[in-house]
Design a protein around this ligand. Structure first.
Ligand code: 6PG
Length: 243
């Protein structure tokens, strides 16, 4: 695996802007090459500004939105209009404002049975990439202060999953399921981009990027695409503890 490429910016706004430029450039390259762009959006709060910037000039008018297929790298088990829904956040910040065809917006049916939602989502991923094995052009990821990414939390079944591409992962600390891409699907991606901007993430960024040899790897450190590249869009604050 090629070493991660670090993009360290002065502010959260600059990091979001650099990430938006990166996403738009990746989309342009893939659309020129294959006529479509497959992306998995990350959830949480950090990527909201990134999505908002994609829905503004210069990207709003230059990106070939009709060629995008949008998925989510994880989703909470809530309806699409719920305040915790990752779909709702991306819809409000970006997808309601750009002409990605409705059929190309692949929402996780988080309101139903978690197991059913994961099974159906895996089918939808397989169908899009058939007959090839699924390999997203770009998977966006966030980083929790505990080192989780997507909904792959330490000490959950998701960390040991080798077969499935999408699963309902029971998170004891949440007392609930999350629907999440597995490492198998994430690590098949052509590119992965993390976005972490808060000073409170500095310690976990260091532990993920510069792990102590005697400690177990955090979940986000298990993102090691077989052939793809990994990019980190960080602020100086979030990168403050990197040597
Ligand atoms: C989710 C995310 C999760 C998130 C991190 C960081 O559904 O919550 O996918 O992995 O990216 O927890 O969240 P913040 O950006 O809110 O710090």
């Amino acid at each position: 695996m090629t070493p991660p490429e670090l993009h360290i910016l002065e502010s959260a706004e600059a990091a979001a802007r650099a990430a938006a430029d990166f996403v738009a450039a990746a989309a342009g390259t893939q659309v020129s090459r294959r006529g479509l762009f497959t992306i998995a959006l990350s959830g949480g709060s950090t990527p909201r500004r990134l999505y908002e910037l994609l829905a503004l000039p210069p990207h709003v008018g230059s990106v070939d939105w009709e060629r995008w297929h949008v998925f989510w790298s994880d989703e909470r088990c809530v309806p699409p209009d719920h305040q915790d829904s990752n779909y709702r956040m991306a819809w409000d910040a970006l997808l309601d404002l750009v002409p990605v065809p409705a059929a190309n917006i692949h929402r996780v049916r988080g309101e139903g049975s978690p197991a059913e939602a994961a099974k159906q989502y895996q089918e939808e991923v397989l169908q899009l990439f058939a007959p090839s094995a699924p390999a997203f052009d770009l998977v966006l990821l966030g980083l929790g202060e505990d080192g989780h990414t997507a909904s792959l939390f330490a000490e959950t079944d998701g960390l040991r999953e080798k077969r499935r591409l999408v699963m309902a992962n029971w998170a004891l600390h949440l007392q609930g399921y999350r629907i999440t891409f597995t490492f198998r699907l994430i690590n098949a991606a052509n590119a992965v981009a993390f976005l972490a901007t808060e000073r409170s993430k500095a310690e976990v960024v260091r532990q993920v990027l510069q792990p102590a040899p005697n400690l177990p790897l955090l979940p986000a450190a298990l993102v090691r695409p077989t052939l793809g590249t990994v990019h980190w869009f960080l602020t100086r604050d979030a990168a403050a503890l990197l040597k």
